[in-house]
Design a protein around this ligand. Structure first.
Ligand SMILES: O=C(O)CCC(=O)C(=O)O
Ligand SMILES: [Fe+2]
Length: 898
């Protein structure tokens, strides 16, 4: 009874609560912790973010968001407080703290790429109330940070530098009200956040590249200024060398000046205590300039790259390494050029730009014009940070809404809504709170944004300490699941941190998380030490430094009251210890790890090394749809090379949507999940036009070998209209049509590779016959290869095949010149294009028909969806004119495709 197919829907509902099979299944990963069905529903309602960001964009969003005024404008205060050596030490030590936090968070996110991991993980592993409290303060902190960056933009426009010898002044900035600039940039930042996330990601990528270039240039510049012969208008006549690190200056600054909020000197602490307080103050500041790196995980729910489950590992590692190295180097090089007692970093100076050690360094080296350029870059940097901070805030608010934590339903419903994958309302509400920017130093009396923003940076300490604590609980949960859980062997890797399929095992855990947590708590307790050093006690600094703690506690308490009233016995930790949405790495090979096939120096090893540096090409097909003729010509050239080489290539950037691919995989799994008797009811019989079910081991791809260890379903557009499984049919046919169109587009490119018109193959593609095939490969027992492969070695028959595989891996293509089987690593959403025999014949076998096979050694279920494009049965094939030459084999033949 075919109607029983529908009953599998309820089986799928439970999928969200079980550990999922690996790889690209993670596209089912819920964005709010529900099952895939719920995601479907949300999708229909437009509540879903879109997974469109790729790895480079994720990296750059975090990079762009972190590098802001912390380093550029306020690092001078570190130098003044701790001395050159002390400042560098502070950046290094705090770098270890932040990288402990980021790797703890990154490891959990790599295993479970959920929406807003910052709040989701504490919710699961610590306490629901803590999770929500973290969500709220995290959101608020990002909003205020965004506002603070906007104020920095306005302050940078009001640029003036006057040290008695050099005078720089941006007249426009000085003559206009900062409120005007705040308004202008607020609008710009909101607009940027409204654009579809795909373009936002691309913009961020460009901005990130500019920032990386700038900061690298800054470091090199500082180095050059230090060693080169000073210019005639420099403030010094000999190269500075290590002058500011030697006597009378020194490694540490032993005098710490306690100042009140207006910069008036209150007292000086000297000696060992002075050094200690100085380094401590520098540490707190350095830590704050690192905040923002956590953004790398906020993008998890919008990342298509995360389906390649090691992308998070690479992203979190890269961000820590890049930022810590760049910051430390930049501070180090600049510290040789600016003395610790320079008045502009000790409270004087006419504008925020004048406080920057980099501007001071270039002005004193006799390059004031460069100072202007730097200020412009700092302005740009702050503006882009503001945009990133708003991005994070909106995503967190959106998640809070999905969790029903944003008050009345009529508000929550709106905050959940997304348009084109962007949570517009969440952006607007967050932007509205950014109006606190007008509280900044705009001339308005009682401007207090600075305090607000400093207590927000303190909030990050709470969030980070919570994340480390969460990691410790997560670590314990994994341990328990591994020891006491009743897990099938195929899932063992999910709980085992040492298993090669565990996505990201960060080093030295749990120690690192413990260190991160203790360090953040100490920073939290002592960050407001300045308040205690003044007399009378500085109440404003004290409140700004500690207010976040009671607010955090209050948020937790209000959650408990709302949920349990004053029934204190129920206030204990509520956690699910839920290991849902786990993913595994799709192959035993760790990404980024270089493994040689042979010991010693061999040609194969050399080849592997080259492949490691320049991995085999994945072609971005989107240029075919664009207007860039040069890029298109490049694509055509690369396709041509692939056709001539091995007869296969992989493409991304096609128009088949991830949702449709996901839906089709869903259909595939549902079908193969049916009882055998059900599947056999539509068994493919030899005269059923190549449609229907093909049972396990009933086909032999490689003549003379054992039958294929796979089962299949052949589909075409002739499913009866009254087919009972409507959704299955709709999705399958929608997918069929999309593939048909893609095949036509690929033929257009193939025509171009032969210097024909794009339309050359139209007679072949119009009215073509094609077959969609769903395949299922059960895991192949290790060491039983002689009992048959998943698919025996074969070449496809007709024209081209477009293959979509899940993340399990197992497809191999023969590299004819070397005789080696190459693994075709799964790339999420990409199509492998195989040229088949008929087509190869038409090219006089210049274009290869590739030999390929499948061995599913992963220990996991593998699903794949080939689409065989046969071509129009009436098309008369013959050797194409382009390939007619003296050695051609098909001179006398013309034939029709079978
Ligand atoms: O399942 C795969 O990855 C390949 C299948 C295949 O080559 C075929 O069906 O012709
Ligand atoms: Fe094939």
């Amino acid at each position: 009874m075919a109607a029983d197919w529908q009953h599998t829907e309820h089986d799928m509902k439970d999928e969200g609560s079980t550990i999922q099979s690996p790889g690209f299944d993670l596209d089912y990963t819920d964005t709010a912790g529900d099952g895939p069905q719920e995601e479907d529903v949300r999708d229909q309602k437009g509540h879903n973010l879109w997974r469109v960001l790729n790895e480079r964009q994720i990296n750059m969003i975090a990079f762009t968001g972190t590098i802001g005024n912390g380093l550029f404008l306020t690092s001078g205060k570190c130098l003044a407080a701790a001395g050159p050596g002390g400042a560098v030490v502070a950046y290094v030590i705090m770098g270890t703290v932040i990288s402990s936090v980021i790797s703890s968070l990154g490891e959990m996110t790599a295993l479970m790429p959920v929406n807003a991991p910052m709040m989701e993980f504490p919710r699961r592993f610590l306490d629901r109330g803590v999770g929500l409290a973290v969500g709220w303060i995290y959101w608020f902190s990002y909003v205020v940070m965004a506002a603070d960056q906007i104020v920095t933009v306005a302050a940078s426009i009001r640029f003036q530098y006057d040290d008695g010898r050099t005078f720089i002044n941006w007249a426009t900035g000085m003559d206009t009200s900062p409120a005007l600039w705040i308004s202008v940039f607020l609008v710009v930042v909101i607009i940027v956040n409204m654009i579809p996330v795909k373009y936002f990601g691309e913009l961020e990528y460009i901005v990130g590249c500019i920032k990386i270039t700038f900061i690298s240039m800054l470091t090199v510049m500082m180095l050059i200024l230090n060693v080169m012969k000073p210019r005639s208008n420099a403030y010094y006549s000999q190269p500075l060398g290590t002058k500011y690190w030697n006597s009378p200056y020194s490694f540490f600054n032993s005098n710490y000046h306690v100042k009140d909020e207006y910069g008036n000197l209150y007292q000086t602490i000297s000696g060992g205590t002075g050094r200690l307080v100085g380094v401590w103050t520098a540490c707190v500041r350095a830590f704050f300039s690192y905040t923002g790196m956590d953004m790398v995980t906020v993008t998890a729910a919008e990342s298509k790259a995360l389906a390649d489950s090691e992308a998070m590992k690479m992203a979190s590692r890269k961000i820590s390494l890049r930022i810590i190295t760049l910051y430390t180097l930049t501070i180090l090089t600049a510290s040789f050029l600016v003395p610790t007692d320079h008045p502009f970093i000790n409270g004087e100076g006419q504008s925020s730009g004048a406080h920057s050690i980099f501007i001071i360094a270039v002005v004193e080296a006799g390059l004031p014009a460069l100072g202007q350029f730097f200020n412009a870059m700092f302005l740009f940097s702050a503006a882009t940070c503001a945009s990133d901070n708003l991005y994070v805030a909106s995503r967190v608010l959106h998640t809070l809404a999905l969790r029903d934590q944003t008050g009345p339903e009529f508000i929550t419903r709106r905050l959940r809504q997304c348009r084109a994958g962007v949570p517009m309302r969440a952006v607007l509400v967050s932007a509205a709170v950014m109006l606190v920017a007008y509280l900044g130093p705009t001339g308005a009396p009682g401007a207090r944004l600075t305090e607000l923003s400093s207590n927000c940076t303190v909030s990050f300490l709470i969030v980070y300490a919570t994340i480390c604590a969460t990691y410790l609980c997560f670590y314990q949960t994994l341990d328990e699941a591994q020891k006491y859980g009743n897990n099938p062997q195929t899932q063992a890797g999910i709980y085992d941190r040492n298993h090669p399929r565990y996505p990201y095992k960060s080093h030295a855990q749990w120690l690192k998380a413990g260190f991160g947590m203790v360090a953040c708590i100490i920073l939290l307790i002592f960050n407001g030490v300045n308040a205690f050093l003044t007399d009378p006690f500085d109440i404003r600094t004290f409140i700004a430094s500690y207010i976040s703690i009671p607010v955090f506690v209050l948020l937790i308490v209000s959650y408990k009251i709302r949920r349990h009233g004053f029934n204190f016995s129920q206030w204990g930790p509520e956690r699910s210890k839920d290991l849902r949405n786990c993913v595994q790495v799709s192959s035993n090979k760790r990404k980024g790890r270089l493994e040689f096939p042979h010991p010693g120096l061999t040609v194969e090893n050399g080849k592997r090394f080259l492949e490691w540096i320049w991995p085999p090409p994945i072609l971005d097909f989107s240029v075919f749809y664009g207007n860039d003729s040069q890029a298109k010509a490049q694509l055509v050239q690369r396709v041509r090379e692939c056709c001539l080489n091995n007869g296969f290539f992989q493409i991304t950037g096609h128009k088949v949507s991830p949702e449709l691919q996901r839906g089709t995989f869903d259909c595939t799994k549902r079908f193969f999940g049916l009882p055998l008797a059900e599947k056999k009811k539509i068994e493919r019989s030899p005269n059923a036009f190549n449609r229907g079910y093909e049972p396990f081991q009933s086909h032999m791809s490689q003549p003379g070998s054992a039958p294929d260890r796979k089962e299949g379903l052949f589909l075409g557009p002739d499913l009866p209209d009254d087919h009972p499984y409507y959704r299955f049919k709709r999705i399958s046919m929608e997918y069929y049509d999309a593939m048909f169109q893609l095949a036509k587009d690929i033929f257009a490119v193939l025509a171009l590779t032969m210097d024909y018109e794009e339309t050359f193959f139209n007679p072949l593609t119009e009215g073509a016959v094609a077959t969609l095939r769903y395949l299922h490969y059960p895991p192949q027992p290790v060491g039983e290869a002689e009992k048959g492969l998943g698919t025996g070695a074969h070449r496809d028959y007709s024209c081209i095949t477009l293959l979509l595989q899940d993340g399990t891996g197992g497809l191999q293509v023969l590299d004819e010149p070397t005789g080696q089987w190459l693994d075709v690593e799964p790339v999420h959403g990409a199509y492998i294009v195989n040229l088949a025999n008929e087509f190869s014949r038409m090219t006089n076998e210049n274009y290869k028909s590739d030999l390929h096979r499948v061995i599913n050694k992963s220990g996991l279920e593998r699903y794949s969806i080939p689409f065989f494009f046969t071509g129009n049965p009436d098309y008369v094939c013959e050797c194409l004119s382009r390939f007619r030459g003296s050695t051609w084999i098909c001179k006398l033949h013309s034939w029709k495709i079978q």
